[in-house]
Write a protein that binds this ligand. Structure first.
Ligand SMILES: [Zn+2]
Length: 133
């Protein structure tokens, strides 16, 4: 099973706090349909937080338009995320999870822009945006 995380909640608590799509993505490794998240078009300056625990995960300056239909970033905030090799669906991908609550966020692919060359392909349902005022 997954390593112990600083934020641990029971299945019942998660179901109470998250809406069904957030729960599907964060707790059941689900994927939202592409081009459905309002965060795709979020271009304001601010921070993208984990929808599960509120941990800051991505700075808006690392967000870019990948054309994939999911919010995409070239780098997470330091130590905010963990990665796990995911061999489901007949592919080998690198899953990205929240380091604090273990929630599933999306996957990272090696076809992103510089400076990292990485594409963090995130589910908008796993994120909340906080505008910097
Ligand atoms: Zn979290």
């Amino acid at each position: 099973m997954t390593a112990k995380k600083p934020v641990e909640k029971s299945e019942e608590e998660w179901r109470k706090e998250l809406d069904p799509l957030q729960h599907h993505v964060l707790r059941d490794h689900g994927t939202e349909r592409p081009f459905t998240s309002p965060l795709n078009n979020e271009k304001r300056t601010g921070t993208f937080l984990c929808a599960g625990c509120g941990e800051p995960l991505f700075d808006s300056k690392t967000k870019y338009e990948s054309g994939s239909g999911w919010p995409s970033f070239y780098a997470p905030m330091p130590a905010a995320t963990d990665t796990v090799v995911d061999k489901t669906h007949g592919m080998t991908r690198t899953e990205v999870t929240c380091a604090k609550c273990g929630g599933h966020l999306g996957h990272v692919f090696p076809d992103g822009p510089q400076p990292t060359g990485e594409r963090y392909c995130m589910n908008g349902a796993a994120l909340k945006f906080e505008e910097k005022k």
